[in-house]
Write a protein that binds this ligand. Structure first.
Ligand code: TXA
Ligand code: MG
Length: 349
């Protein structure tokens, strides 16, 4: 299959291209498109056959459900039942935007979209290209991140092309995404709202609207017997080819530890504007500034892909427990590292 990559000018979104992309979706085809979080791989969510093509293109396990993307608030009632008042309030506060809600599904949503579950994940993205595509594609677009399963999520159309060339007919290129980490997922089917995946919308933002909200215990527990509730959170994810290790502790000790362990090897280092001058060996990449957490979030997946291209054998990363987005950044980074971390405070230097 030939994969076409079309650059979209955000100032003048071309109707003819969007109409053609929408027709492809309505005919059961796949189209990759930008959102404010990461690029998505879209299919008609109400067409089981089309949704199944997503699993084949990504190599995704079929028990891992898809998020249904909508463009209008009223579309929610067509696919979800028993929408609780907290869900209404969260939609009011954060849609369109990087928030996904898990709700009871209606009959019209096929099991092929929800991985066999009786619930459905719904999100209304803010990106204008995404919203126009959803409208043209019939209003209900299932879209996981547009990467091969297990690889870092794509934050540019080039990342999508690397993974999906030859597998899908069309990629809409809207430039680099704004946030760079997938949406916050909140489960609203069990009484109090529970965050299943941290993202740009933080627990404290959600608590301003729904006071009772909490984090899924499977996300914070070190006990691996407590399983995360979002099926996708149990898979090793975002993994670069090299082994990745997160170095924690006071910054001077982190720098000394990494300098000591990176001599003479093909080592990658993930650091910040504040520390990039302190490293003496290796392939040093600056992820962003500690004063601007979005800069760190939006470069994480791209940096992991760059290290794959550079062919490093080991990567050390500083830790990014920043106040707002820190939890989401560390969630993705720890997954990419297969939870390998060292505390430089205790290490011999
Ligand atoms: O920002 C995003 O959410 C991006 C863009 C494209 O919108 N999409 C995305 O999709 O990250 P994906 O498929 O990579 O991640 C979806 C996550 C998976 O962990 C999946 O298990 C979980 O959502 N999920 C989907 N439906 C669910 C359900 N009914 N119950 C629990 N978890 C669900
Ligand atoms: Mg994904």
């Amino acid at each position: 299959m030939q994969t076409e990559l079309i650059r979209i000018d955000r100032e003048h979104i071309p109707f003819s291209v969007m109409e053609r992309a929408g027709a492809l979706l309505q005919a059961g085809g796949l189209v990759a498109f930008p959102t404010e979080t990461v690029y998505g791989l879209g299919a008609d969510a109400l067409n089981e056959e089309a949704a199944r093509k997503i699993y084949a293109a990504k190599g995704r396990p079929s028990d891992n459900p898809l998020i249904v993307h909508i463009a209008e608030r009223k579309a929610l009632e067509r696919i979800a039942e028993k929408v609780p008042k907290e869900a209404e309030a969260l939609a009011e506060a954060f849609w369109p935007g990087p928030l996904t809600m898990i709700l009871s599904k209606k009959e019209c949503v096929p099991q092929g979209t929800t991985g066999g579950l009786s619930t459905v994940a719904v999100r209304m993205p803010a990106d204008e290209i995404a919203r126009e595509l959803i409208r043209q594609g019939g209003g209900y677009i299932a879209a996981p991140s547009a990467n091969i399963s297990g690889r870092p999520s794509p934050t540019t159309a080039q990342h999508v092309y690397e993974d999906m060339n030859g597998r899908i007919p069309l990629i809409l290129d809207g430039g680099p995404v704004r946030i760079g980490l997938e949406s916050t997922i909140v489960d609203l089917t069990e009484g109090r709202p529970v965050i299943l995946r941290p993202g740009y919308i933080t627990l404290s933002m959600i608590r301003e609207v729904a006071k009772e909200a909490e984090m899924d215990r499977g996300l914070t527990a070190d006990d691996s017997n407590i399983r995360p509730k979002a099926p996708g959170m149990k898979y090793r994810h975002y993994a670069p080819k090299a082994e990745l290790c997160i170095v924690e502790g006071p910054m001077e000790r982190v720098i000394s530890y990494i300098n000591k362990n990176s001599a003479g090897s093909k080592t990658g280092i993930i650091c910040t504007e504040e520390t990039k001058g302190c490293y003496v060996n290796g392939d040093v990449k600056c992820i962003g500034s500690r004063k601007d957490e979005v800069s760190i979030a939006s470069h994480l997946f791209a940096i992991l892909r760059e290290f794959d291209a550079d062919g490093v054998e080991r990567i050390y990363s500083e830790s990014f427990d920043t106040p707002g987005l820190g939890q989401a950044i560390m969630n993705r980074l720890l997954k990419a590292a297969g939870h390998q971390r060292v505390d430089a405070a205790d290490a011999e230097l």
